[in-house]
Design a protein around this ligand. Structure first.
Ligand code: NDP
Length: 315
């Protein structure tokens, strides 16, 4: 297999990965970045970003990622197509296999592979993608001012998103498959104290409808029981909040993860439990999950990697 030695390998091409590439290339670390399956990451599926500082008129999700990539290219970051298949962090330099055809020997690795929102798996979610279906209330909620929306899920994320949307939208439905909310008590209380949030317990979504975008959802209450009952609700937006899956499968258990599968980092740093391996963005952040916070963490990972190389005479 073809082998190549690099000082800094960045895995992933969302805001964290590209920001790490900008910083490490400006620090003359000659970073190599593999973009992965979805170049540009989750933002490329969002229509408009209005909360990333520096874009007073807003910016398209694809455009901002293209800007970040071009900024990294300007400083000669080596950005490549391809996904990392496996890693071996037990050897020095680290060994990373790209698509089974290339081995990279890296002194430092920055993992910025992000997380993927979970979907219900309905065909209609794909049909109305970007036309009323969203997995990020903070990103897209603004477009539903004074409208009616639904949030699917009963965990902390769903409650947080429903509360956030209740400040913008006219009415918010929460579609919860069980007869209780799994969220923490404080989040449940916040939901119950909002007059314009209506929690539909024991309810599943089976489809969406609408001419040129989402106009409603087909629901079933008490699915699979004698009390089963079909109902339709009129909504303009359908928000998934049934959890995220951090993209850590390729690590094969070599990095410490928390109970939800997110990479554990040390204190305020981006250090993982393996010295020389750093993590940034949604793959290591179950709480904020914003483009700007991921970019900030990418910056910190780059600085942590540079300091590690200096401290270990590898620069
Ligand atoms: P959770 O896994 O906690 O909750 C997921 C919710 O989605 C559950 O109500 C689950 O239902 C529901 N769900 C899952 N799959 C389906 C499906 N196919 N159809 C319908 N409903 C479904 O995920 P969260 O993203 O809410 O939270 C992840 C972690 O992050 C948690 O530990 C949470 O506490 C934490 N977090 C903390 C926050 C805070 O402290 N402010 C904010 C956000 C998250 P069911 O209950 O039936 O399984």
């Amino acid at each position: 297999m073809e082998k190549e030695r690099v000082k800094c390998l960045i895995i992933g091409s969302g805001p964290a990965g590209y920001t790490a590439a900008i910083y490490t290339s400006r620090a003359n670390l000659n970073p190599v970045l593999y973009e992965g399956m979805q170049p540009g990451g989750q933002l490329t599926t969002t229509s408009e970003i209005e909360n990333f500082p520096g874009y007073p008129e807003g910016v398209g999700g694809f455009d901002i990622m293209d800007d970040m990539k071009n900024q990294a290219l300007r400083f000669n970051a080596d950005i490549r197509d391809g996904f990392v298949e496996s890693v071996d962090f037990s050897v020095r330099p680290f060994n990373v296999v790209v698509e089974g055809v290339k081995e990279i020997e890296a002194d430092t690795v920055i993992i910025a592979t992000g997380a993927s929102a979970k979907y219900l798996g309905l065909e209609d979610e794909k049909k109305y993608a970007g036309m009323g279906v969203s997995a990020c209330a903070t990103c897209d909620g603004f477009f539903y001012r004074k409208k009616t929306v639904a949030v699917v899920g009963g965990g902390d994320t769903a409650c947080e998103e429903a509360v956030y949307l209740s400040g913008l939208a006219k009415e918010v439905y929460m579609i919860v498959r069980k007869d209780y909310l799994r969220a923490s008590q404080v989040m449940q209380d916040r939901v119950m104290n909002k007059e314009n949030i209506h929690v539909l317990f024991n309810t599943n979504t089976v489809g969406l409808f609408g001419e040129n975008g989402v106009e409603g959802a087909h629901l079933v209450k008490f699915k699979g029981t004698p009390q089963e009952e079909k109902l339709d609700i009129a909504i303009d937006g359908f928000f998934l909040a049934i959890g995220h899956t951090p993209n850590t499968g390729f690590l094969n258990g070599q990095i410490q993860l928390d109970e939800n599968g997110y990479i554990v980092t040390e204190g305020a740093s981006t250090k993982t439990n393996i010295p020389g391996v750093f993590a940034a963005g949604d793959v290591a952040d179950p709480h904020y999950r914003q483009a700007i916070s991921a970019a900030g963490m990418g910056c910190r990972a780059a600085i942590d990697a540079e300091r590690y190389l200096t401290d270990n005479n590898l620069k």
